[in-house]
Design a protein around this ligand. Structure first.
Ligand SMILES: Nc1nc2c(c(=O)[nH]1)N[C@H]1C(S)=C(S)[C@@H](COP(=O)(O)OP(=O)(O)OC[C@H]3O[C@@H](n4cnc5c(=O)[nH]c(N)nc54)[C@H](O)[C@@H]3O)O[C@H]1N2
Ligand SMILES: Nc1nc2c(c(=O)[nH]1)N[C@H]1C(S)=C(S)[C@@H](COP(=O)(O)OP(=O)(O)OC[C@H]3O[C@@H](n4cnc5c(=O)[nH]c(N)nc54)[C@H](O)[C@@H]3O)O[C@H]1N2
Ligand code: SF4
Ligand SMILES: [Mo]
Length: 764
C-alpha cells in the first residue's frame, strides 16, 4: 500500500464559474420560474397544503400549513422543497408507455431521464423472460405477493427509504416481524447508522439531543461533513442568526463549499440575499476520513488551553480518563500529519469552542460515510463532552438527518437494531418473542441476495439499486431474488436495473400530500408532524395508497394476527398502536383530536443525565484512522506513468435528491454537468491534466471515461464526483458496527485519456 501524500495548500482556489456566494438570487429566479410555470398554481396549493415538506429532515409544520416551524415561527420553504413538489406534480406516464419501451431501452435512461418520465400511474409487472413491463391487475399482485411472503422468514426482506409515513413504516415492520423476519433494511443503513450506533452507545439515545429551540440558544456551531446550503437550506438561516448574534460557526470540510463560506438567504432579503451572509468563522479543511485526528487535536488543545471541563467529566461521564489520556499522549505531529490541518488552526478552533458558552456539534455524511464512521461520531461526542457541551440549553450533539421521515422509520422499528423498549412492546403485541435471527441491513441484504439467500423483497420507496456501491453487483444480486415489489411515486433507475428473477412489480403510490388519510412524520429535530388528507392531480390513474396495500397484504398473510389489519386502513388506529408501542410517542394516540404536533418524549437533553444504565455519558477512545491509499497497480493500472491516485468524495450535486437528479449542473461548484470531477489544480498539474480536459476515472470495480476535470477548492489528494453515476466503479469497505459504506473515501486512479494500460479489463 502506498502512503497518503502530505497535502499542500491552497485549498480555497475557486474556479471561474463558481459564484461568490451560495444561495442568493438564483433561488429567487428558480421560485419565479416555477411560480410562473403551468404547474405554478398547483405548486402553491401544495405548499399551502397541511403537510410537512417532502424533501429534507429539517421539516415544516403539517397542521399550521407548510410555512411554520415547530417554534411557531413563520418560515420560508426553500427551493429544494419546490423542486421535490414539482417533480411529484408531473403528469402521469401513459398506460401504453411500458408496452412500447422495452426494459433494455429503459436501462439506458439516466437518472434525470427516468424521473422525467412522469409519475407512475398504473401497476406493472415484468415477468420472467419478458422484455416489457405489462399492466397487472391488483388481485394478481396480491396473489403473487402473498405467495412470495410465504417463503421462510429469513428469505424475505424489505428495504425502505424515508419518504413514506410513520404509519406505513409501522405497518411494514409489524408485518415483517409477525412473519418472524428481522430483514428490515433501510436507507439509514447507508446514511446515519454510525450516528445512531455511536449516540446509543454514549448517551443511550439514537437521535439528535438538540431541539430547534435549543439550537437557537447556541453561540457556536461546529458543522462537520455537511453541505447544508444544498441539503438542509433552512438550517442556514439558523447559522446566519447565530453569526448575527456574534456567535461563531466552525466548518470542517475537505472542500470549501461556497455556501458554507457565504450564503445569500431569501429569509433575510435586505441583509443577506444579495450580499450574502458570512457563515464560517473558521474553515478547517482536513484530509477526507481524518476527522477523528482533527477532533482529537481539538480535544488536546482544549486540555492544553485549560478549557477542558474536568469537574463536568467527573460528574457526568464515564471512561473520560482514557479519552483525555489519548488526547494528551498523541503528539501534535501525529495529529497534524493525519488530518493535514495545522496545529495553529486547530488551536484557533479549540479556543473558539472553549470560549463559547453553548456549542452545538452538527454533522452529516462527511462524518458517517467512512470506514470509521462510528469513531468519527464518537470523537465529536468526546469533544462535546470534554468542553462540557452536552446536556444544557443551546448545546449538544446533532446529526443532521437525511430524508424527511427517515428518522420516523427508525422510531417505528424499521431497523435491524431495534430498541429494547420497542422490542418488548412488540413482543407483547405479537404474543411471541421476536425472531433471534439477525436481520440484514442494506449492504448485508445485497450480499445475501448475491449469495442466493433472498426470495422475496418489498421496497417501500427508494432506489436500492442506485443507492448501493458497485452497481453491477447490485444488479446481479437483485436479479437472484425471485420476486421484487416496488412501491414508488416516480420511476427511477432502480426500477429498470434492479430486476428480479421471476417477477418485478411496480406499484404506483400516492405521496404525502395526496393520501386519502392522515399521516405523520418525524423530523431530524425529533418533532412529529401531522399531514392532512389530500388529492392527486393524476386522473385516469390506478394508484394504490401505501397503507391500503400494506394492510391488505398483511391481512392476506396474517389474517387477523395480531391485529385486524383491514381496520388499520383507518390510520388513526395505527397511530393508537404506535402510541402504545413506540417510546416517547404517547401523544400520537390523541393527535387526531388535538391536532397537536409534538416533540418526542425523552429525546432532548437539557440536563447532563443520560439514558445509559448509570445515567452518565459513556466515553471511549477513538483509534486514529489509517488513511493509506492503494497503489495504481492495486487499482488495476499497469502503466502508471501518467495519472495519480486520489481519494474521492462521492456526494450530491446542487440539484438532486439522492439518486434522483433534477438538473445536470452544479453551479455553486462550477461543475456544468454530471460527468465531472472536481480536483485541486495542484493535483491536476502533477498528473499533467489541464482544466476541462477529459479523463478516465478508475475505481476498484470499473472505470468511467470522458470525465471532465474541473478545478475546485478541494484538498490536494481528494476529489469529488456525483452519485449515483459514480457508484458503477467502486466497492468500498463498510463501517463494521453500522454497515455504512465508506462513500466519502473512494480510492480512484485518474489519468488523461491517452495514458496508461490496464492490468486487467474492468467489468464496465
Ligand atoms: N436537496 C437535497 N436535500 C437532501 C438530500 C439531497 O440529495 N438533496 N439528501 C438527504 C439525505 S438522505 C441526506 S443523508 C442528507 C445529506 O446531506 P450532506 O451530508 O450534506 O450531503 P453530501 O452531499 O453527502 O455532502 C457531504 C459533505 O461532507 C463533506 N465531506 C466529505 N468527506 C468528508 C470528511 O472526511 N470529513 C468532513 N468533515 N467532511 C467531509 C463533503 O465535502 C460534503 O460537503 O441530505 C438530505 N437532504
Ligand atoms: N456514492 C454514494 N452513494 C450513496 C450516498 C452517497 O453520499 N454517495 N448516500 C447514501 C444515502 S445517505 C442515502 S439516504 C441513500 C438514498 O437511497 P434511497 O432512499 O434508496 O434513494 P432515493 O433516491 O432517495 O429514492 C428515491 C425514490 O423514492 C421514491 N419515492 C419518493 N417518495 C415516495 C413516497 O412517498 N413513497 C414511496 N413509496 N416512494 C417514494 C421515488 O420512486 C424515488 O425515485 O443513498 C446512499 N448512497
Ligand atoms: S430546509 Fe428541508 S424541510 Fe425546510 S423547506 Fe427546505 S427541503 Fe423542506
Ligand atoms: Mo441519507
Amino acid at each position: 500500500m502506498g502512503t497518503n501524500p502530505q497535502s499542500i495548500p491552497p485549498f480555497h482556489e475557486k474556479n471561474e464559474e463558481m459564484p461568490d456566494i451560495g444561495g442568493g438570487l438564483p433561488i429567487i429566479q428558480y421560485w419565479m420560474e416555477k411560480s410562473l410555470s403551468p404547474e405554478g398554481l398547483k405548486i402553491w396549493e401544495t405548499l399551502l397544503h397541511k403537510s410537512a415538506c417532502l424533501s429534507c429532515s429539517w421539516g415544516t409544520s403539517g397542521q399550521k400549513g407548510g410555512f411554520t416551524n415547530e417554534k411557531g415561527e413563520k418560515v420560508q420553504r426553500c427551493m429544494k422543497s419546490v423542486e421535490a413538489i414539482s417533480s411529484e406534480l408531473k403528469p402521469g406516464i401513459a398506460k401504453s408507455f411500458f408496452q412500447t419501451h422495452s426494459v433494455e431501452e429503459l436501462q439506458k435512461l439516466t437518472s434525470l431521464e427516468a424521473d422525467s418520465l412522469g409519475r407512475l400511474s398504473h401497476p406493472v409487472i415484468l415477468r420472467a423472460g419478458k422484455s416489457y413491463y405489462e399492466p397487472i391487475a391488483c388481485e394478481e399482485i396480491y396473489q403473487i405477493a402473498e405467495a412470495a411472503f410465504r417463503k421462510p422468514p429469513e428469505r424475505v426482506a424489505s428495504y425502505s427509504s424515508g419518504r413514506s409515513s410513520n404509519e406505513a413504516a409501522f405497518l411494514l415492520q409489524l408485518m415483517m416481524r409477525a412473519l418472524g423476519s428481522n430483514n428490515l433494511a433501510d436507507c439509514s443503513d447507508l446514511c446515519h447508522a454510525p450516528s445512531t450506533f455511536a449516540l446509543n452507545q454514549i448517551f443511550g439515545t439514537k437521535t439528535s439531543i438538540v431541539s430547534l429551540e435549543s439550537l437557537k440558544k447556541a453561540d457556536c456551531v461546529v458543522l462537520a461533513g455537511a453541505n447544508s446550503p444544498y441539503n438542509h437550506p433552512r438550517f442556514m438561516n439558523e447559522l446566519i442568526k447565530i453569526r448575527d448574534r456574534g456567535g461563531k460557526i466552525i466548518v470542517i470540510n475537505p472542500i470549501m463549499e461556497i455556501g458554507l463560506v457565504k450564503f445569500g438567504s431569501p429569509a433575510f432579503p435586505l441583509t443577506s440575499l444579495i450580499p450574502g451572509s458570512e457563515i464560517s468563522s473558521i474553515y478547517l479543511q482536513p484530509i477526507p476520513g481524518s476527522d477523528v485526528a482533527l477532533f482529537m487535536g481539538i480535544q488536546k488543545s482544549l486540555l492544553e488551553q485549560g478549557f477542558a471541563q474536568t469537574s463536568y467529566l467527573q460528574a457526568y461521564t464515564e471512561g473520560w480518563e482514557a479519552v483525555v489520556e489519548q488526547a494528551n499522549s498523541t503528539s501534535w505531529e501525529t495529529i497534524t500529519q493525519i488530518c493535514g490541518v495545522s496545529q495553529a488552526e486547530i488551536e484557533t478552533a479549540a479556543k473558539a469552542i472553549g470560549t463559547s458558552h453553548s456549542v452545538v456539534f452538527a454533522w452529516a455524511m462527511g462524518i458517517t460515510q467512512h470506514a470509521n464512521g462510528v469513531d468519527n461520531v464518537t470523537s465529536i461526542a468526546n469533544t462535546a463532552l470534554i468542553s462540557g457541551n452536552v446536556g444544557k440549553e443551546g448545546a449538544g450533539v446533532m446529526p443532521v438527518r437525511g430524508h424527511s421521515n427517515v428518522q420516523g422509520f427508525g422510531s417505528m422499528g424499521v431497523s435491524v437494531n431495534i430498541k429494547q423498549e420497542l422490542q418488548a412492546a412488540l413482543e407483547k403485541l405479537l404474543e411471541k418473542p421476536l425472531s433471534k435471527v439477525q436481520g440484514y441491513n442494506t449492504r448485508a441484504l445485497i450480499e445475501a441476495a448475491d449469495a442466493g439467500k433472498i426470495d422475496t423483497l418489498i421496497c417501500l420507496g427508494g432506489n436500492l439499486y442506485g443507492a448501493n456501491p458497485d452497481s453491477s453487483q447490485a444488479k446481479r444480486a437483485l436479479n437472484k431474488v425471485e420476486n421484487i415489489i416496488y412501491l414508488a411515486t416516480k420511476p427511477n433507475i432502480g426500477h429498470f436495473n434492479g430486476l428480479a428473477h421471476q417477477n418485478t412489480i411496480i406499484i404506483p403510490v400516492l405521496n404525502r400530500f395526496e393520501n386519502p388519510y392522515k399521516t405523520t412524520v418525524e423530523s431530524g429535530n425529533n418533532f412529529v408532524r401531522l399531514n392532512d388528507e389530500g388529492t392527486t392531480h393524476l386522473t385516469n390513474a390506478d394508484l394504490i395508497p401505501e397503507i391500503y396495500f400494506l394492510t391488505e397484504l398483511a391481512h392476506r398473510i396474517h389474517r387477523e394476527y395480531p391485529v385486524d389489519w383491514r381496520k388499520l386502513q383507518h390510520t388513526e388506529y395505527i397511530r393508537q398502536l404506535i402510541g402504545q408501542t413506540v417510546p416517547g410517542y404517547e401523544k400520537i394516540s390523541t393527535i387526531d383530536a388535538t391536532k397537536e404536533e409534538f416533540t418526542i418524549g425523552g429525546r432532548i437533553f437539557t440536563e447532563p443525565k443520560f439514558k445509559t444504565d448509570s445515567g452518565k455519558a459513556k466515553m471511549s477512545v477513538t483509534p486514529l484512522p489509517n488513511l493509506s491509499l492503494p497503489t495504481p497497480e492495486e487499482l488495476g493500472v499497469n502503466d502508471a506513468s501518467e495519472g495519480l491516485v486520489l481519494s474521492l468524495i462521492t456526494a450530491r450535486s446542487y440539484s438532486q435528491h439522492n439518486t434522483v437528479v433534477y438538473q445536470i449542473g452544479d453551479k455553486y461548484r462550477g461543475m456544468p454537468h454530471r460527468q465531472c470531477i472536481l480536483i485541486n489544480r495542484i493535483d491536476a498539474e502533477r498528473a499533467g491534466i489541464k482544466e476541462h480536459q477529459r479523463v478516465k476515472v478508475r475505481g476498484n470495480v470499473g472505470e468511467l471515461a470522458d470525465i471532465e476535470v474541473i478545478y475546485g477548492a478541494v484538498r490536494v489528494g481528494a476529489g469529488l464526483m456525483f452519485y449515483p453515476e459514480v457508484n458503477a466503479i467502486f466497492n468500498v469497505p463498510i463501517e463494521e458496527r453500522s454497515g455504512t459504506p465508506a462513500y466519502k473515501r473512494v480510492p480512484i486512479y485518474i489519468r488523461p485519456h491517452s495514458g496508461g494500460q490496464d492490468a486487467h479489463p474492468t467489468r464496465d
